[in-house]
Design a protein around this ligand. Structure first.
Ligand code: FEO
Length: 500
């Protein structure tokens, strides 16, 4: 059977099934039996609770219908989220109704309770899919069954990936939009802004011209469940949310700084009064503060003149050296110094800190003639997230053949615009008095660099070229775009690719 027809048939069958059930009264109406047939047993039960769940008013006709998940341990099965996470979704009530994004499958019960309460008997006219990742789209199939008249507004790339994940062909009810297309709901008009690779290639944002609300997909989101409060100005964001917002951005979208910068440039041309992301609090005040954070993070500019010292140690010698260096850097007048055991700190925390701090001291044992495994994992993750513009200092330990310093530098040299403070400090097993002098010299060099004094050795800059598909947003990385290149997502040829 043709795969697409099979998928389309599957969807139509599901919709027809739902319509049939509704006609028979099984969805919301009273059950009955045809004349001449035996009546099926009836269970009256109690009336379904029809409260407002986690609904919040965003404006007088835009409503939050998202849900927080406090049971989840690992976001994307990778990132620990002890504070949980919110999957944000919004309803616009106008002459037409629109639902902006959905939620993860883990919270659909509360989601449909919210959605039903807000629609209050109205049909759903449009489902806007800004981002197709399943934490926002795994409720789409059920939305389409419950609201068979709803049209799906998304990019062509989103429709393709939706079908890949959920065998859900929307070709007969999809409206596929491109940069600058608009959709009128009545008083509200949504303008669609393509945002490829923020965080997947199919991502777009929806800007409500009437209210200045930007439905920004993953951008400006954060780990952390909402606790009744919805707006960033209802919480102490800098104290209670910023570390998780940073960790979320850097680990989820950090690699795609160029694409985030491109969207920020577009955002600067319109009057944005509210940011409604798909995770975390909504921004209606002090938007410049979070936009500035994004500008720093996406340009890989250090957020603070600060030092993180990361060590990988087995028997304590390297830990002792790291502690000594941190103490001496602090003694030199650097206020913001933080020390991390690479074996005990989740790498997502280290990535977030690396985006925050201007200087990074790495101390590693030599292990199997290489870098201590958790340290190597951290460095490769730094490279994967495209970290740039940092100053490093290196300490290596080895009981008979220390090699980790040179090997760490080989990885760091692949990052763009890195520099080094001081020389690599080498010691055997545990630092002695001479080693202490070398560590003190290293601490001096780091502190001088942080405090704005000494010039540091510039490493060769490494850059990777990128080409972006103007049809679906797919990004190709490499030395040159092959002449016969074909976009793996939408099939567009090289003429549709422009260098980013
Ligand atoms: Fe929250 Fe990229 O999904």
């Amino acid at each position: 059977m043709n795969k697409e027809i099979g998928r389309r048939d599957f969807l139509k069958a599901a919709v027809a099934g739902a319509a049939g059930l509704a006609a028979a009264g099984a969805l919301g109406g009273a059950a009955f039996a045809d004349e001449g047939q035996s009546a099926a047993p009836r269970f009256e039960g109690k009336p379904k609770f029809a409260g407002i769940g986690s609904v919040r008013e965003v404006t007088d006709d835009i409503f939050y219908v998202g849900v927080s998940d406090r049971r989840i341990q690992l976001f994307e099965n990778v990132y620990p989220i002890p504070r949980g996470v919110a999957y944000n979704s919004y309803v616009i009530l106008d002459e037409k109704t629109a639902l902006v994004d959905t939620v993860d499958r883990s919270v659909t019960g509360q989601f449909f309770e919210n959605l039903t309460a807000v629609l209050d008997g109205r049909d759903l006219d449009y489902l806007i899919v800004n981002h197709m990742e399943p934490d926002h789209s795994s409720a789409i199939s059920e939305v389409l069954v419950r609201y068979p008249n709803a049209k799906v507004v998304c990019t062509m790339a989103a429709s393709l990936i939706l079908n890949q994940f959920f065998a859900c062909d929307i070709s007969d009810r999809g409206i596929f939009v491109r940069e600058g297309d608009t959709l009128s709901l009545g008083k509200h008009t949504l303008a669609f802004v393509m945002a490829p690779m923020v965080h997947w290639p199919e991502v777009m944002m929806s800007y409500d011209v009437a209210t200045g609300v930007l439905f920004s997909a993953d951008a400006f989101g954060s780990f952390g469940a909402l606790n009744g409060n919805l707006f960033a100005d209802e919480v102490d964001f800098e104290k209670d949310w910023l570390p998780d917002a940073r960790r979320y951005y850097c680990n989820i979208v950090g690699k795609y700084g160029d694409q985030v910068q491109a969207v920020l440039a577009k955002a600067a041309t319109v009057d944005i009064r509210m940011l409604c992301p798909t995770h975390g609090p909504v921004w209606r005040e002090n938007l410049g503060w979070i936009l500035e954070k994004y500008s720093l993070w996406s340009s890989y500019t250090p957020e603070e003149q600060a030092v993180m010292v990361v060590y990988g140690s087995v028997y304590g010698g390297t830990e002792s050296a790291a502690n000594a260096v941190a103490a001496m850097i602090s003694q030199k007048g650097v206020a913001d110094v933080a020390v991390y055991d690479v074996s005990k700190t989740h790498v997502s925390e280290l990535i977030g800190e690396a985006f925050r701090c201007s200087h990074i001291v790495l101390a590693s044992i030599t292990y199997n003639m290489g870098i201590f495994t958790p340290m190597k994992n951290f460095l490769l993750d730094l490279e994967a997230h495209n970290l740039q513009k940092r100053t490093f200092a290196l300490i290596e330990n080895g009981s008979w053949s220390p090699a980790s310093g040179k090997l760490m530098k080989e990885i760091l040299d692949r990052l763009a615009s890195v520099s080094y403070a001081g020389d690599i400090v080498t010691f055997l097993s545990s630092p002695d008095a001479d080693d202490h002098d070398a560590l003190a010299a290293l601490a001096d060099a780091v502190a001088a660099s942080v405090l704005g004094g000494e010039a540091v050795e510039e490493a060769e800059e490494t850059t990777v070229a990128r080409w972006v598909c103007d049809v679906c947003g797919y990004v190709y990385e490499g030395d040159a775009l092959p002449e016969d290149f074909k976009c793996p997502l939408c099939g567009a040829g090289p003429d549709h690719f422009a260098q980013a």
